[in-house]
Design a protein around this ligand. Structure first.
Ligand SMILES: [Zn+2]
Ligand SMILES: [Zn+2]
Length: 185
């Protein structure tokens, strides 16, 4: 797990103090729902940290190109994600935390240094679609022979037709017409 440390000392002197930071955060490859993802270019972020009195509030945005594998064809796929960064770091238990769930805030430690890594990563991760695709209309793999239907054609669906007893009749008539062509030559 990486980290993105920020010292709140610079904005701690008065309510209303704020600072905006920009940069790119390196991210380790991670697994989600049995699928592996990586963000080789890191996450670009712009975060404004505001002292609201008894807490530091984060607002901002994140942008990343995320690499994974298409769930239909299993080929490498990548997707661009843009998202909002949020966060709430309270000064202490006496801060007004009403209306916030336990997982919606952290406390600012005594040294004043907070880690923004989870907030930046979460902004991107929550936007990863449950069905990660190489393209919206990916045709996927043939369930019978496993060929990639985006690049190849197979006749598996025709073979399935042969289990239909009338398929034999179809072939019979086809042969007849082929014979007819042969005799005309
Ligand atoms: Zn695909
Ligand atoms: Zn096939």
């Amino acid at each position: 797990m990486g980290e993105l440390l920020y010292n709140t000392a610079g904005i701690s002197s008065y309510a209303g103090a704020a600072e905006t930071i920009n940069g790119t955060m390196d991210v380790e490859p991670f697994t989600m729902g049995y699928l592996d993802y990586s963000i080789p270019g890191g996450i670009e972020y712009s975060i404004t940290l505001s002292n609201v009195g008894d807490a530091v509030v984060l607002t901002g945005n994140a942008h990343a190109t995320i690499d994974g594998n298409c769930v239909r064809c299993l080929e490498p796929a990548s997707m661009e994600i843009e998202s909002d960064i949020e966060g709430y770091f309270a000064n202490g238990p006496e801060s007004d935390l009403e209306g916030l769930e336990d997982d919606e805030y952290e406390f600012i430690p005594d040294d004043g240094i907070i880690d923004l890594y989870p907030n930046v990563l979460a902004a991107i991760v929550v936007e990863i679609p449950p069905v990660f695709l190489c393209k919206d209309d990916c045709k996927g793999l043939c369930p019978t022979c496993g060929c990639n239907l985006n690049y190849e054609k197979c006749d598996c669906s025709n073979k399935i037709d042969e289990t239909n007893p009338f398929a034999v009749l179809k072939d019979f008539f086809k042969d007849e017409s082929e014979d007819a062509e042969d005799t005309s030559n």
